[in-house]
Design a protein around this ligand. Sequence first.
Ligand code: SAH
Ligand code: SF4
Ligand code: F3S
Length: 453
Amino acid sequence: MKKVFIKSYGCQMNVYDGQRMADVLAKEGYAETAEQSDADLVILNTCHIREKAVDKVYSELGRVREGKELRALQGKDTRIVVAGCVAQAEGAEIQRRQTAVDLVVGPQSYHRLPDLLTRSERRKVVDTEFPIEDKFGFLPVPDRSRTRARGVTAFLTVQEGCDKFCSFCVVPYTRGAEVSRPVSKIVAEAQALVAGGVCELTLIGQNVNAYHGEGPDGRPWPLWRLLERLASLDGIRRLRYMTSHPNDMDDGLIRAHGDLPALMPFLHLPVQSGSDAVLDAMNRKHSAAGYRDIIAKVRAVRPDIALSSDFIVGFPGETDADFDATMRLIDDVRYATVFSFKYSPRPGTPASGAAEQIPEAVKSERLAILQARVEEHRQAFNAATIGRRVDVLLERAGRHPGQLSGKSPYLQTVQVETDACHIGDTVSVDILSQTTNTLFGRIVSDKAVASVA
Ligand code: SAH
Ligand code: SF4
Ligand code: F3S
């Protein structure tokens, strides 16, 4: 049997795409392997969001090439594929920089992989089209055993692409315009996942709350209606979604956080900066006050919600006062978790040509200050759950024998000791203590609140 090794970088969308590629290739007789040296086919599923991410791809390609040469000495052939957002952005340039690459394929063409692989046997191939056909219609839904092997939680792409054009961001260029999948297709995929033992779905999209897919009534449905529909499916216990834009946080979605028990109390709502001048230069089209209003509305319907955001420090023109405004926003919101980045100028984006680029040393200093503060808040958020009783979905084996590890509704990692409970059980847990990244708890009774059938 032929073997494929797939390595995904970047966001959840790439994780999902990596699984879909594995599913397409399974139909062609490829088994997945975790060992690159065993693989007849190596796929790097790449990310273009920051320069560092791209550098990583080229150094990894150097290693993959060495692996290919070693295997050639043993008489084995290896094909190298670059997929994902670097493939989309750089196309044929990749094969110029690394001649060992056989195929470059953009995110909208994964359903054509088998055909492209055949063509690449004869000569190098680049496919970075945005085809008119919907790739999802051609990508197979994973079968039960493959889904089971992937665990009890799953990502499900409901929307792809972005029309927002933030001035720093490559995504609108690498993923194209916003497209929402029809409700019926999403429901069918969710049902297949449930049949494979999945009980928690995270709906993903670059701008997931801009979702407006066609509903069964032929009209566009907003995300909250899709969430309601999915919550009504037998076997779905938990729903999450990411990533959202503040301007698409409509009242229906906010209300769902109060009304829909399956919708977990966690919201990733990136704001990027707390300064209106910077937000304006970023083309975010909302103010810091507007963002605070949304947070207040969400907290009004779900006071215990865990909030999360992305921040960029050192955006062109960012002054000390702008950075202080970001720190004030962080102190006011008190996030449960935060992802933060130094601004990285990206080719082809408006901000990369701005005159007032910030020196690297200043970016590093601001990032360190920000990260120290959000770490304090994260620890405080976790500490506040000690002494509370929460539901935990058990997802995997724990660090030691007899331990299982799962997630709280707030997406915290929780370890418990149990002989009687299994992966896929939701259990009621008293949280007792914490270390840096993990909470420890005691299961209230050895009877699961819910289990996978
Ligand atoms: N669609 C999402 C996130 C997309 S990218 C949103 O609208 O927020 C994920 C994160 O990467 C962004 O939120 C941003 O914080 C960061 N990012 C994007 N481009 C970047 C750049 N050029 N430099 C540094 N960070 C960047
Ligand atoms: Fe990028 Fe902005 Fe679109 Fe998010 S909303 S993907 S940051 S352009
Ligand atoms: Fe990276 Fe593309 Fe995702 S650039 S963050 S893999 S959409």
